[in-house]
Design a protein around this ligand. Structure first.
Ligand SMILES: Cc1ncc(COP(=O)(O)O)c(C=O)c1O
Length: 381
């Protein structure tokens, strides 16, 4: 009766089963996967956020398929703060970045087409692609995309900086991606939701404002202002003018079919983008604080390596190869009541890696980190 798009194996994995069992039994689990910024005890300017969502114009419905012009102008202004020119007419609002992906796959791909996707990376890509009957073809973050490309490729996806590796797309790799897209007529889709969470001094720039090819940069308030509940993201279209025009005409039709972004969220964009830098400062302090806790703790655990990190909300740890990442995660949960994500979920296939969120409440983070490292020491000694 149902579409094969959803043939994913909907059964719970052992880690999730154990987590559910512990929670049902009322046990406290220290959660190192928490990525919801509204649940980690951050200070938000609540009055200003609420005021931004109570614009009197909300009582009128005046849909524009690209989004309210005041919102698009504020987003265009955001790009200009770091020297990128994206006119407001080249921006399309969406209700979240996931929806932005759905729009782009509909724009670029027919059923059975392919998109090149970095690995390891954000696990939702496989689901987003298959909901549009598009196939993901993985390329390694280490080696990059190489030719010959598989048939029916329509786009290359890059995550800048990547989730969970936290590594930006550097200049030489960016040049290679532009070259490949030009040679093969592929669009570039660059996910920049974590762009402004740099942990290095001089991170590589945004892909927005390209003058050749067809480049879609994605971002949104979910990460930029740590406000996922507002459900507002965007696609910024840049590249050769005629390609941009053709893409925007079509995107407008797709967006007009749904008109999914609420008027309240669109009207709030200018004020929320103005609040975003101060919200990010709080979150960046949190990330740096937790990272230094982790680095200090790992100094006494030579069997654990922290993979290099340049930005974003996550840290990947390489653990002793005596167990797989899934069995490490299950062991931490069973024996130390610490929940974290096995690297396998993100596509770390050969190494025993685990991923922790750096936005977690600092006291939970410290205790969970110590329990995890103690458990590793117990197992290997
Ligand atoms: C790389 C990446 N892209 C997109 C998203 C989804 O963002 P949104 O909440 O705007 O749908 C996430 C969420 O964690 C992410 O990690």
């Amino acid at each position: 009766m149902f579409s094969s798009r959803l043939d994913w194996g909907l059964e719970q994995n052992p880690l999730w089963q154990e987590l559910s069992r512990k929670r049902a039994a009322g046990e406290t689990v220290l959660d190192l996967t928490e990525s919801n910024p509204t649940k980690v005890g951050l200070d938000y300017p609540e009055r200003e956020i609420l005021a931004s969502l109570a614009d009197p114009r909300v009582s009128t419905y005046a849909p524009d398929p690209r989004g309210w012009i005041s919102a698009r102008e504020a987003i265009s202004e955001y790009y200009s703060t770091f020297g990128k020119h994206v006119p407001s007419s080249n921006i399309v609002l969406t209700a979240g970045t996931s929806e932005a992906y759905g729009f782009l796959f509909k724009l670029l791909c027919d059923a059975g087409d392919r998109v090149l996707v970095p690995k390891p990376s954000y696990p939702l890509f496989d689901f987003l692609l298959s909901l549009d009957n598009v196939e993901a073809v993985a390329y390694s973050n280490d080696t990059g995309v190489f030719e010959p490309l598989p048939e029916r490729c329509r786009a290359i996806l890059a995550v800048h900086p990547n989730n969970p590796t936290g590594i930006y797309v550097h200049e030489d790799e960016a040049r290679r991606l532009h070259g490949l897209s030009a040679r093969h007529g592929l669009a570039l889709i660059v996910d920049e939701v974590f762009l402004d969470y740099a942990l290095v001094d001089d991170p590589p720039p945004s892909f927005a404002g390209a003058s050749k090819g067809l480049v879609f940069t994605l971002s949104g308030l979910s990460k930029l202002a740590a406000l996922p509940q507002v459900k507002l993201s965007w696609i910024a279209v840049s590249g050769a003018p005629e390609l941009c025009r053709d893409a925007l005409d079509r995107l407008e039709t797709i967006s007009d079919t749904y008109l999914s972004v609420s008027t309240a969220a669109q009207l709030a964009v200018p004020r929320l983008l103005a609040l975003a830098p101060s919200i990010r400062r709080g979150l960046n302090d949190r990330i740096r604080h937790n990272l230094s806790t982790l680095r200090l703790a790992v100094e006494h655990s030579p069997e654990v390596t922290l993979l290099p990190l340049e930005g974003g909300w996550y840290q990947t740890l390489r653990l002793p190869a005596i167990a797989t990442s899934e069995s490490w995660a299950l062991d931490f949960l069973k024996k130390a009541s610490v929940y974290l994500h096995p690297g396998l979920y993100f596509g770390f296939e050969t190494e025993a890696c685990c991923v922790v969120s750096l936005i977690v409440d600092p006291s939970v983070f410290r205790e969970a980190t110590h329990r995890m490292l103690r458990r590793i020491a117990d197992r290997i000694n």
